[in-house]
Design a protein around this ligand. Structure first.
Ligand code: FMN
Length: 113
C-alpha cells in the first residue's frame, strides 16, 4: 500500500483576484513534473480524481477559491501478487493509448495531422 497520499489544491484566482484560467493546467503540469522526478528516483505515482471533494475540502479546511483537484498516491512498487484478483487483472492488462490522429490536428480542428 502506498505510504503517502497527497491532495492537490489549486487557487482559482490570481494575485489580483481575477480568474486564473490556467489553474488546473498549472497544477496538472506540476504533478506531471513531480511524476517524472519520482520515477527518476524509482518511486511511482498514481493519480486519482475519484475522491470525495466536499470531504477533502472540509477535512483540510480549504477556503473558497482553493479547489481540491486530485489525490495522488506515491510509493515504491510492490509485488502485484499482493493485490486482489481484479486489481491484478488491471495491473497486468495491456495499456491502450489513444492514437495521435484522434487529438493532433492541423490547420483546422478535426483535420487529422
Ligand atoms: C487526472 C487523473 C485522474 C485519474 N483518476 C483516477 C481514479 O480516480 N482512479 C484510478 O484508479 N485511476 C485514475 N487515473 C488513472 C491512473 O492514475 C493511471 O494513469 C492509470 O491507471 C494508468 O496507469 P498505468 O501507468 O499503470 O498505465 C487518473 C489519471 C489522471 C491523469
Amino acid at each position: 500500500m502506498a505510504p503517502v497520499l497527497i491532495l492537490t489544491v489549486a487557487k482559482e484566482t490570481n494575485a489580483k483576484n481575477a480568474p486564473n484560467y490556467t489553474y488546473q493546467y498549472d497544477t496538472g503540469q506540476s504533478v506531471a513534473h513531480l511524476t517524472f522526478q519520482a520515477m527518476h528516483e524509482e518511486l511511482f505515482v498514481h493519480q486519482m480524481s475519484g475522491f470525495d471533494k466536499a470531504k477533502a475540502r472540509k477535512l483540510f479546511s480549504l477556503v473558497n477559491d482553493y479547489k481540491p483537484l486530485t489525490v495522488f498516491a506515491i510509493g515504491y512498487i510492490d509485488n502485484y501478487h499482493k493485490l486482489t484478483q481484479s486489481l491484478q487483472k488491471m495491473e497486468l492488462s495491456e495499456r491502450k493509448r489513444n492514437d495521435f490522429n484522434e487529438f493532433v490536428f492541423e490547420e483546422k480542428f478535426g483535420n487529422k495531422s
